[in-house]
Design a binder for this molecule. Sequence first.
Ligand code: RFL
Length: 422
Amino acid sequence: MSESQRAQLAGDAVTGDGTTSGITDDGTADVVILGAGPAGLVLGNLLLASGIDCVVLERADRAHVQTRARAGYLAANTVRILEEHGLAEGLRRGGVPHAVCEFRSGDGRFRLDYGSIGPAGAHTVYPQQELVTDLLTHYLDAGGRLEFETEAVAVLDADGTRPSVVVRTADGEGQGRNGRWRGRYVAGCDGRHGAARRSLPAGVVRHHRDHGVTWLGLLAEAPPSLDAVGYAVHRRGFAGHMARTSEVTRYYLQIERGGPADAWSEQRIWDELALRMRAADYGPLRRGPIVQRAVVDLESDVLEPLRRGSLFLVGDAASLLSPSAAKGANLAVLEAEILARALVDDLAHGNPEGLDRYSARCLEHIWRAQEFSHWMIQLLHSPPGPADGETLFHDALARSRLETLRTSRTHQQWFAEGYVGV
Ligand code: RFL
């Protein structure tokens, strides 16, 4: 996309010489960060602590950012990064260690104490909105610059040494206003539908996989029903259980692709969860009001390379992972740390090596996480549709995989490393 096309996207007039008019300059920063999710806020905090001039531009308002419930399982490496940079105070107070998962299927159930088996340690359960609130508070208290309700529309001149970000802000009464932030670097931490991805020129490859599986992601105001992550493999489809807090539990229910989510009444949801999780055999589910539901088509993608000139992709903007293996937020934090170190090396010490290696380093972690997450998807889901030969073959393979996992120590160690490692 050319500069003039992007400017038109932003609703601005384009003058004869290709420059844009009607856009006011809002400011400059060495690093302009798009998005105040885990990736953008870890990056912002780390840069600020190193004295690098940066600004975070966030489309939503503060209340929205602080209440968006998503991830919950933080890997040991994520906790290490947050602790090392003094960002783990809330996590230390409110996080709960978690180390066991339980698989249920027609062949019975077994538990895996992955936290004590593998080299990667245990998870810490801490809701993502709490983590984001901590990171936000820390950043603002330290004097960080952050513009809420400021949507990045396009990144211009990513190939040059002075990229800029065209933004649209809501100036009361729904009146929009276009502005522009200029920087030395732009960090695209604005998720899979953000401006960073949209602004990439041709030449960036998007590896993409639609797993053909759809989940109803549910948040229930109900205490956890078991003291483990629960994965239930069932011919009717997958069901999952993940504790969030002592009063809130996340459940997942595989549903038919394209089916309306509101066809699922609360009663039907709980009955189906109980059936697939074999509650009659292993204990009842603790029911409560469903306070959030979202339809999630399981998709994965990876962009390559993760750098285009002065523009870097971080977190979900770089790669989307299906939530089956709880990796997305953990990768986002890891990539933010890698990028922060590289930016400090370049901007404070004149050493651009880390920036040159950023994409390759992150892609190594991303593909390992994608591979594990893909393995989990194959393990947990029956192909949708009638039980034909192919489906039966897939199901028999999944049973065999589960049996190997139940009985082989080597396999359990591999699982533990992949499950918590990033
Ligand atoms: P985020 O969190 O999406 O934040 C992006 C931010 O950018 C803003 N934004 C823009 N700002 C300015 N201009 C624009 N044009 C913008 N467009 C967007 C957004 O408002 C937002 O504030 O991306 P980030 O920082 O890369 O973090 C990624 C994680 O949020 C994500 O990977 C995880 O939530 C994935 N995930 C899980 N990951 C884990 O590691 N462990 C888990 O247990 C886990 N559970 C989950 C999950 C994702 C789920 N969903 C969303 C399907 C459970 C679920 C249900």
